[in-house]
Design a protein around this ligand. Structure first.
Ligand code: KG4
Ligand code: ZN
Length: 338
């Protein structure tokens, strides 16, 4: 039968990634992160695009090597067209175009946010694929969305953040506490050690299925400033409790909206994706929803949650099967919509 090899390339933010997929199965999944941003406490776009330019060829070379194929065996090249940082997207887009042109094979454009969702369709032992329709909550450093997914390429955003993304809520809270960037993983670790109700932060009041996280960040900032005035060691003395309380609040906000989305749509199949879905508290809360609300939940393998190219490759494969290719004139799009 078919024997399709697709190369996926991801360069939307600060990770340069390449992956080879054979039919639905991932053969390689290479990611080069960029340490350079840590000292600035956030991604510096100019530095990100420079690092992509340095990393892209070695990363693609590694992905082909690990997959044990030559570039001549590829059937198509898939790349992230957007959304993301323009300078970063341009590197992956231009490289993918050149490679497809040189090899005389189809070029496939991929929407990064669709890819976070369709990562659930990678063939992976022990991981179920969600049946249509399902709800997907994509939570990352750049995005917070609830999406109704009717088929691979028929998706509707039914809720999203009106200001900060949920990952920013983790990272900015961490910055206030003096934690390194990105702070999500450390807050997650400390949240296993503290009391979730030690400190109370009010949840934002946002109508419907939309989110808001900027008020929470400000509330945390004022709270910390006030407490530190009274006790200069407040952060150190209470770090685990503070982290646990912040994470508890954020998870509460996410689960409330998922509950509402499930109620409004009548859909009980719930999938998550994006860097923040690596959070162990969110994973647990979602699992608890199976008993509490009758949900069936889909949580991706850890390496397919944060930015990666395997998710780009699977979308490339699904589009390849439909003959859905891009023109060579296709342009990167920083604000590409689902
Ligand atoms: O998807 P991703 O790698 O990149 C974007 O597209 O943004 O997500 C990165 C975000 C960061 O904000 C990081 O703090 C957060 O994901 N993150 C976590 C965890 N691991 C990564 N947040 C909470 N808990 C985690 N375990
Ligand atoms: Zn992402």
């Amino acid at each position: 039968s078919q024997n399709i090899y697709i190369l996926g390339i991801e360069s939307s933010c600060d990770d340069t990634a390449a992956s080879v997929i054979h039919n639905g199965k991932i053969l390689s999944n290479v990611v080069a992160g960029q340490k350079i941003h840590e000292e600035f406490g956030g991604v510096v776009p100019e530095l990100a695009s420079r690092a992509h330019q340095q990393n892209i060829v070695p990363v693609v070379h590694q992905a082909l090597k690990k997959a044990n194929i030559t570039k001549e065996q590829l059937n198509a090249v898939a790349f992230t067209r957007g959304p993301g940082l323009m300078g970063s997207l341009l590197v992956g887009t231009s490289f993918a175009k050149s490679l497809a042109y040189g090899l005389n094979i189809p070029l496939i454009d991929v929407n990064h946010m669709q890819a976070h969702i369709l990562a659930h369709f990678i063939d992976e032992e022990g991981f179920e694929k969600p049946p249509f329709p399902f709800l997907a909550m994509t939570i990352s450093g750049g995005h917070t969305q609830i999406v109704k997914v009717d088929s691979y390429f028929n998706m509707t955003v039914i809720g999203e953040t009106i200001d900060d993304a949920v990952g920013e809520a983790f990272d900015k809270s961490g910055k206030i506490l003096g934690l390194g960037y990105p702070a999500g993983p450390e807050i997650d670790k400390r949240a296993k050690l503290g009391n979730p109700k030690a400190f109370k932060f009010t949840k934002p009041k946002v109508e419907g299925l939309n989110f808001s996280f900027s008020g929470l960040k400000t509330a945390i900032l004022y709270f910390i400033q006030r407490e530190v005035k009274a006790n200069p060691n407040f952060i150190n003395d209470n770090l685990n409790d503070i982290c646990t309380s912040i994470q508890y609040t954020i998870i509460g906000i996410l689960i409330d909206k998922l509950k509402l989305a499930s109620k409004q749509t009548g859909i009980k199949h719930i999938a998550i994706g994006g860097g923040v879905s690596a959070n162990s508290g969110i994973r647990q809360a979602l699992k608890n929803g199976e008993q509490k609300f009758g949900w069936t939940t889909y949580i991706p393998k850890f390496e397919f949650t944060t930015d990666n190219a395997a998710m780009i490759a699977i979308v490339g494969y699904l589009k390849y099967l439909e003959g859905n290719f891009a023109e060579q004139s296709v342009m990167a799009s920083a604000r590409l919509k689902i």
